[in-house]
Write a protein that binds this ligand. Structure first.
Ligand code: CUA
Length: 167
């Protein structure tokens, strides 16, 4: 079979580009740990409290084991509900020890919100009717901004809080 010279160049370019893209994809997935959130886990957005994880007393940060935590959050326009502290005040800041494995479980009661801890791999779309969850190892000690990155209305830019990972 005879290949024209230009055809060989074009084939080499095409196959090379495919290999390059697969390498980039593999680097992101396996080295950087980027992966999509859960999908297909449904919940009634009118009644998220009916789910064990989203009962008011189960919201916020919970330690489940040595170095293992769960963070349950109910998003709504325009804030994240982490539950209340012992004095009944709304919690708007969470602190996690460095190296901990954290399972974030987030739902929304109204419209689509985002759940992005800027500078980490935590970046989820939160859709009404679905539970968005992602497990991440928090390996960098810093104060991160948790923000909504899906436009959700007039107060969208006010929808943020902080997550501190301490040494
Ligand atoms: Cu919530 Cu934008």
């Amino acid at each position: 079979m005879h290949f024209h010279k230009f055809e060989k160049i074009w084939l080499t370019f095409g196959i090379g580009a495919l290999v390059l893209f697969l390498v980039i994809l593999g680097y992101g997935a396996f080295y950087l740990g980027t992966h999509p959130q859960s999908h297909g886990v449904t919940i009634d957005p009118q009644n998220v409290e009916a789910h064990e994880a989203f009962k008011p007393e189960n919201l916020g940060l919970t330690k489940v084991d040595e170095d293992r935590y769960i963070v349950n959050v109910v998003a709504s326009a325009f804030h994240y509900d982490f539950g209340v502290d012992a004095d009944g005040n709304a919690i708007n800041h969470i602190e996690i020890p460095k190296g901990a494995t954290v399972l974030f479980q987030v739902v929304t009661k109204d419209v689509i919100h985002g759940f992005n801890i800027a500078g980490t791999n935590v970046n989820m779309m939160v859709e009404p009717g679905y539970i968005s969850s992602m497990e991440v190892e928090m390996n960098q000690a810093a104060e991160f901004t948790l923000l909504c990155n899906e436009y959700c209305g007039i107060g969208h830019h006010m929808m943020y809080t902080t997550v501190e990972v301490y040494q």
